[in-house]
Design a protein around this ligand. Structure first.
Ligand code: PEP
Ligand code: MG
Length: 595
């Protein structure tokens, strides 16, 4: 290994983070001065209180004006879809907990404004840090970015704008706020890497929507890298290579070209149907947690939402959402997706999903405890509120209702009773809803798979939740890294369960879909086609790749491959054979990685 003359960074230094936005950027680094703020808390006298309060309120006003300016400066249509992020930040600046508590802390505890603000921000952070869900935990970064803006404005510090570059650069920063990211000049900034952040941070979402390769969560990159170092950002694998050798450079140039070629080609799939060579139409839909994610699903060509995880409406708030709150959210998503359907899943709380306002008793085995419909059927008042809201939204577009974690016929019948009651109430009140609203269930438990034939008589559709089905079939906790090696979607037991579920649906003449992560992995698309799935619902960015695979194969091919795979006895054998087949058919998608 040689050492670069420009810096003391060794040639081919590989750093591993999280790929936040796919693509490969090759260029020169630019270290952005986003030094961490130092906050000094100091005691003040009662006489100083009015001055500190007014300095704080001035900083709030200035922050609002700055964010309004960012908003006004966004002209890119795709970016404009994400302006809600800036609106969220403006809302945080209106938040009484933040404003009033900071002022109260200045007055009550006699501390200066920046010290008081930091105390309140720390309180917020603690709440967010205790959230298990990655997406919601990431929302802490919104508070951080507003907090940092406020603190900088309080201290009178200015930040370098991201619009002032005279050449193409890869930005290296401790962190970038969504407002920073929105101001990025796409012509000049070809990639970015940050110490902090996760895949679902707003900054990552924005990077994806701008098509700028990004790697986040590198922890120390901003202290390691000076400006002007040659670097490669591989947003697919989440790696950054500093001072690449000529060989590495050549390899990545090739990777960059094939990635860009594939992306261009995938773009052309957006408007095309997911139709196989033998004319089978598969509905490719999006999984969303929040209404905000709808534009992304639409931009990827989703033909509706196959899973709206409604529990996210219940999280991150002080009181449970009312019928009206929920109705507004459901209606908005349903109207935005029209004419496509939106599949709303009632509350799936418990297990790995936690809602602060719902006090679930401590359970030794929460995944097998009072979760999802089990909870809803116990708390029928809450359940009814949600069912009424979903029914009401069905008057404004195509809604499908889907109950989670059904383990047998008695449970779905109990859910149907509640639904009938909600319908009767709305009818009596003269409130409109779709009387033919399709009603389905998720197949997520081994018992549901085993009695799928009986369940199929009760509902309009199935959607297989493989995330849980695999966990329960194989007795492998989906979130436990120690047994992650046993979490095998291609386990012969899973293939058998899927075959059984699809057969039951076919025989009963109902639709069968899949909304677990397995649906969005193109490696499985041919097998899922062979199994007979009508719908695959996934995280939106997966749609074009899955569509591309489906359009170049036939259901017959899938059926043949499935039969062959079902003769094999271990997940490893199945995986090997499947990879071989898919590599051969689609070397440009499944070809061996270059490193
Ligand atoms: C599943 O279990 O596959 C599923 C889609 O539901 P969740 O991941 O929300 O449990
Ligand atoms: Mg599930």
């Amino acid at each position: 290994m040689t050492v670069s003359e420009k810096t003391d960074i060794t040639q081919d230094t590989f750093l591993v983070g999280l790929g936040a936005s796919p693509g490969v950027a090759i260029g020169e680094t630019y270290l952005l001065n986003r030094a961490r703020l130092t906050v000094v808390e100091r005691a003040i006298t009662a006489e100083e209180v009015p001055g500190e309060v007014s300095a704080f309120m001035d900083a709030v006003q200035l922050s609002k004006r700055q964010l309004e300016e960012v908003k006004a400066g966004v002209t890119d249509r795709q970016l404009a879809e994400h302006l809600y992020i800036i609106d969220t930040h403006l809302l945080i600046l209106e938040d009484q907990m933040l404003i009033a508590d900071t002022v109260a802390t200045i007055e009550r505890d006699l501390v200066n404004a920046e010290g008081a603000l930091r105390r309140i921000l720390d309180k917020f952070r603690k709440v967010f840090d205790s959230i298990e869900d990655e997406y919601l935990r990431e929302r802490r970064s919104d508070i951080d970015s507003v907090g940092n803006r406020l603190l900088r404005n309080l201290k009178g510090e200015t930040q370098q704008a991201l619009t002032e570059f005279d050449r193409k650069v890869i930005i290296v920063a401790h962190e970038l706020s969504p407002a920073d990211t929105m101001q990025i000049d796409k012509e000049k900034i070809i990639g970015f890497v940050t110490d902090v952040g996760g895949r679902t941070s707003h900054t990552a979402i924005l990077a994806r929507s701008m098509g700028i390769p990004a790697v986040v969560g590198l922890e120390t990159v901003s202290s390691l890298v000076a400006g002007g170092i040659p670097a490669i950002v591989d947003g697919v694998n989440g790696t950054v290579i500093l001072n690449p050798s000529p060989e590495t450079f050549k390899e990545y140039l090739k990777k960059k070209q094939s990635f860009e070629y594939l992306e261009k080609e995938l773009l052309s799939y957006r408007e095309l149907a997911a139709e196989t060579l033998d004319g089978c139409r598969i509905a490719l839909r999006g999984n969303v947690e929040l209404v905000d994610e709808v534009p992304l699903a639409m931009s990827q060509g989703a033909e509706g939402i196959g899973l709206f995880r409604s529990e996210f409406l219940y999280m991150n708030r002080l009181v449970l959402p009312s019928e009206e709150d929920q109705f507004d959210a459901y209606r908005s998503i349903v109207e935005r997706m029209a004419p496509h359907p939106v599949t709303i899943r009632p509350l799936d709380v418990g297990g790995d999903k936690f809602v602060a306002e719902i006090n679930l008793a401590d359970e030794a085995n929460p995944a097998m405890g009072l979760r999802a419909v089990r909870f809803s059927l116990k708390e029928r008042r809450l359940f009814k509120v949600q069912l009424r809201a979903i029914l009401r939204a069905s008057a404004y577009g195509r809604v499908r209702l889907m109950f989670p974690m059904i383990s047998g016929v008695a449970e779905i019948r109990a859910c149907k009773d509640c639904l009938e009651q909600a319908k009767a109430e709305l009818t009596a009140e003269g409130i409109p809803f779709d009387p033919a609203l399709p009603m389905g269930i998720m197949i997520e438990t081994p018992s549901a798979a085993l009695v799928a034939d009986h369940l199929a008589q009760e509902v309009d559709f199935f959607s297989v939740g493989t995330n849980d089905l695999i966990q329960y079939c194989l007795a492998v906790d989906r979130g436990n890294e120690h047994v992650a090696y046993l979490y095998e979607p291609l386990h012969p037991a899973i293939l058998k369960a899927l075959k059984m579920i699809c057969h039951a649906a076919r025989t009963a003449g109902i639709e069968v879909g899949m909304c677990g992560e397995m649906a969005g992995e193109p490696l499985y698309s041919l097998v899922l086609l062979g199994l007979g799935f009508d719908e695959l619902s996934m995280n939106a960015p997966g749609i074009p790749r899955v569509k591309r695979v489906l359009r170049q194969v036939s259901r017959e091919d899938g059926g043949r491959l499935l039969e062959e795979l079902m003769q094999l006895t271990t997940a490893q054998e199945v995986a090997r054979r499947l990879e071989e087949e898919m590599n051969q058919r689609f070397p440009e998608i499944f070809g061996a990685p270059i490193i």
